[in-house]
Design a protein around this ligand. Structure first.
Ligand SMILES: O=C(O)CCC(=O)C(=O)O
Ligand SMILES: [Fe+2]
Length: 343
């Protein structure tokens, strides 16, 4: 790369008055880097902190309680060490995925965490409203009707939403044996339309690798840029659905979360991802028709299979199986040629 790659920071201050300027900044970031951060976005620090507090209290529960809402193979529920990236093995993390619809039996009960659903939704709805604002700018810039991605992602009450909010917990590695060749989160692209990611300052490790030319391109290159967590800033990235829908103009970029190096803090890391997904029957098709049409339902089912999260029984068994920490870490041989996986 001829010049240093930076993940641009975009302010949404005076959104209505500055809409055109903001749209241009969003397009520049998304056609070049595929990642940007947002500030002045209207989600308060209290809202963000409450979501992290809720996440911490959920992950602090014993595994057999968390397994009451184990991943159901449809991008909902709890999984632990079950998300497999073929090039790097299972991610060293646990996560809890929530959606707006079809969540019967998938919300932790009030006995285990009082008010979990209400508190989670109090975060999810405003984040969805913010997402829609940003996606309207993309629709305008791509020459599509302004509400294209709003209609595509926001359930009008029929219960076909697939958007998900994911609490992520990367373990405290202090004093534990673990294989240094593993990843907190192996290199991947997101399969969503647009992801909003919340990180906490000091909980480092996210790296991005711009340069993907087309949605089937799995060549990552070697230039990884760290994205530092800044108080209240939201990291956003284009996912594969929007790359496909924009006929590859907007880039869904590889990213990963690395383990702490020997001299770095080994504490836990919590993050929250909000993945705007196309509704089940929405047809994803770019204005130039570069790719055949595919429904949101098919798109996600494929991604779940690829990430080995498509089979609820397997995911539950993996999540409840032996801990990943070992006294003497077994060497995990990383192939010389990394074969990244999309998902
Ligand atoms: O935890 C992070 O910072 C990134 C997580 C991520 O990329 C994902 O869940 O798709
Ligand atoms: Fe991701």
């Amino acid at each position: 790369m001829p010049h240093a790659i930076e993940v641009p920071c975009i302010s949404l201050r005076d959104f209505d008055a500055r809409r055109l300027e903001i749209t241009e900044e969003l397009m520049n970031a998304s056609t070049q880097v595929g990642f940007f951060t947002l500030k002045d976005h209207g989600i308060s620090m209290e809202q963000i902190q409450d979501a992290f507090a809720l996440s911490e209290s959920f992950f602090a529960l014993p595994d057999d309680i968390k397994a009451k809402t184990a991943h159901n193979g449809k991008n909902m529920g709890w999984e632990k060490n079950a998300q497999i990236r073929p090039s790097t093995g299972a991610d060293l993390k646990e996560s809890m995925m929530m959606q707006f619809a079809r969540m019967e039996g998938m919300w932790p009960s009030d006995d285990d965490i009082p008010g979990f659903r209400a508190r989670a939704e109090a975060f999810m709805f405003p984040v969805q409203r913010l997402s829609v604002k940003v996606m309207e700018c993309f629709a305008d810039a791509l020459g599509l009707p302004t509400d294209t991605f709003t209609e595509a992602t926001v359930d009008p009450g029929v219960g076909d939403s697939q958007t998900s909010c994911r609490f992520l917990h990367y373990y405290d590695l202090g004093g534990k044996g673990y294989d240094p060749n593993r990843w907190r989160c192996g290199a991947h692209t997101d399969f969503a339309l647009l992801t909003l990611l919340f990180q906490r300052p000091g909980e480092f490790g996210l790296e991005v690798c711009p340069g993907r030319e087309f949605v089937g391109d799995h060549d990552m290159g070697n230039t990884w840029v760290p994205v530092e967590a800044k108080e209240g800033h939201i990291v956003c990235n284009i996912g594969d659905q929007l790359m496909r829908w924009s006929d590859d103009r907007l880039k869904s970029t590889f990213h990963r979360v690395r383990l702490p190096k020997p001299d770095e803090k080994k504490g836990p890391r919590y993050s929250i991802g909000f993945f705007n997904q196309a509704r089940s029957d929405t047809i994803i098709q770019g204005p130039g028709g570069r790719y055949p049409p595919i429904t949101g339902g098919e798109f996600i089912a494929n991604a779940m299979k690829r990430d080995k999260l498509g089979d609820a029984k397997d995911v539950r068994a993996a999540s409840l199986s032996a801990d990943i920490f070992v006294k003497h870490a077994t060497p995990f041989t990383r192939p010389g040629q990394l074969v990244p996986v999309v998902g």
